[in-house]
Design a protein around this ligand. Structure first.
Ligand SMILES: Nc1ncnc2c1ncn2[C@@H]1O[C@H](COP(=O)(O)OP(=O)(O)OP(=O)(O)O)[C@@H](O)[C@H]1O
Ligand SMILES: [Mg+2]
Length: 447
């Protein structure tokens, strides 16, 4: 039988949570049938208010939303912005282990409430407007326990009391791989991604090196590192949705993703997060029919005018890079946008979750559509839609050449990052030679 549940949604503005509005969910057991949201009137008038969802809950026309019940775009049962504040596959497994219930058996409202306040982005969801934040983050020094607990959860085994830290560090997180949020001794928040049970590939080392290589190619990438914990490796990626600043101050333009450290006089602030899935206002089952071109159109429509040109260019670079490294898990939740408090608008997030997939196939595809030949992972296809990214042919070819200059040296770069030889060998067939993914005519036009 369907039931209605009202939840309070909070947004962190300038480092402190304020009530943003009330969310009503109509649920039938684990199935979410419908959502409805009303912004709080005081919230709408706050100068730094962030949009809970850029598509369905835009703050551009305040009068149109004042004291109104709003429903999700495209008749979806959920708001993408709220779904982005809910745990995805991994966080759900952690919550189920904590509550000792079967997989996917809880209602959406339970997952939203159990995730805790360390969730990605600037939102929090609580039972009542008087509710307090539920902190969920673990010191980096507990990594060993977190990994042991993650392994037990993956194996479907109970988590003993001394490993329960995972219930704080892991319950908020998205993606399918085992992971946890950890705070280092300086107070910096990281996402720790563990290797998965029975995995042949050295995923932490290869993923970290591929992200660093993307940075050398000119893309915006968070700080990454790897650590040994016992026999296993862990990748640490700095949480790009947190930064430190003085109360009341806004980050300098262009400095949003430059590292700041927690220190005296600075407070931790949060950036609102919206996935590509949210910007395209579609259901996960529809995501396969979407393309990079549609993401570029969403950048044009929802990102702040000052960043549109750069963000479309960076999106094109990410698509080209994914072709070169066979990152074919480039689905819409692996692209994201953040609310820039100075611009008071959305911008592309730094890059994350780029994992080369070894393959012997000569014709490969990415998850998202690339160009006129659909998802076919080749450079001729990619430049076919260059105009959607605001690029003329010369600019598109220049970016391809820029990326190829670094990718062709990938082994040298991986060695310099300290990737062990056997891990480099594992990744070998994922990396593509330009001659295998482009026509001679395209290569003849490269600068
Ligand atoms: N550096 C980061 N800062 C903040 N949030 C992040 C960061 N990296 C990833 N995320 C968030 O965490 C989620 C899970 O991370 P990620 O995509 O790397 O995990 P995954 O398990 O490999 O995912 P998948 O299931 O797509 O393979 C992302 O979808 C994103 O919402
Ligand atoms: Mg992911």
């Amino acid at each position: 039988m369907a039931t209605r549940r009202e939840l309070a949604v909070f947004a962190s503005l300038d480092g402190a949570f304020v009530p943003a509005g009330l969310l009503n969910l109509t649920e039938d057991g684990p199935q979410l049938n419908a959502s409805e949201f009303a912004y709080g009137t005081r919230y709408i008038d706050r100068p730094g208010a962030v949009e809970i969802d850029p598509v369905s809950l835009s703050l551009k026309n305040k009068e149109a939303i004042r004291a109104r019940k709003i429903f999700p775009e495209n008749s979806l049962p959920f708001f993408g912005g709220i779904r982005d504040a809910a745990p995805d596959a991994w966080g759900r497994r952690v919550i189920e282990a904590k509550l000792k219930v079967p997989i996917n058996s809880l209602s959406e409202s339970s997952y939203l409430l159990e995730a805790g306040s360390e969730r990605v982005g600037a939102l929090d969801v609580r039972e009542r407007i008087e509710g307090q934040p539920k902190e969920g983050c673990v010191p980096l020094s507990d990594l060993q326990y977190l990994m042991e607990a993650a392994e037990r959860i993956e194996a479907g085994l109970p988590v003993p009391a001394h490993l329960e830290a995972i219930f704080d560090g892991g319950s908020a997180l998205g993606g399918a791989r085992p992971k946890a949020s950890v705070r280092d001794e300086r107070g910096v928040l990281w996402l720790a991604k563990f290797s998965s049970r029975g995995e042949r590939l050295d995923v932490p080392e290869i993923e970290a090196a591929t992200l660093r290589l993307a940075k050398l190619c000119g893309m915006t990438v968070p700080e990454v590192s790897t650590l040994a914990v016992g026999e296993r490796r862990v990748m640490l990626i700095r949480r790009f949705d947190r930064y430190w600043d003085r109360p009341g101050e806004l980050p300098e333009p262009g400095k949003l993703f430059e590292s700041t450290m927690p220190c005296k006089g600075l407070i931790e602030k949060r950036l609102a997060f919206a996935s590509g899935l949210t910007l395209l206002a579609c259901d996960e089952t529809d995501a396969r029919n979407k393309s990079y071109g549609e993401l570029a159109e969403a950048v044009q429509k929802y990102c702040h005018v000052d960043v549109v040109r750069d963000n479309k260019k960076e999106l094109f670079m990410r698509m080209i890079y994914n072709i070169f490294v066979t990152n074919d898990d480039d689905h819409l939740r692996n692209h994201a946008f953040l609310w820039d408090p100075r611009l008071k608008g959305w911008r592309l997030s730094p890059l994350y979750d780029v994992m080369p997939r070894p393959s012997v196939a000569s014709n490969r595809t990415l998850f998202l559509g690339i160009g006129p030949q659909g998802r076919s992972a080749n450079l001729d296809n990619a430049i076919g839609w260059r105009e959607k990214f605001g690029l003329n042919e010369a600019a598109a070819l220049e970016l391809i050449a820029q990326i190829w200059r670094e990718v062709r040296e990938w082994k040298v770069h991986f060695e310099s990052f300290g990737v062990p030889p056997h891990s480099i060998a594992q990744a070998e067939t994922a990396f593509r030679h330009i001659a295998d993914i482009s026509s001679p005519q395209l290569r003849a036009r490269l600068p």
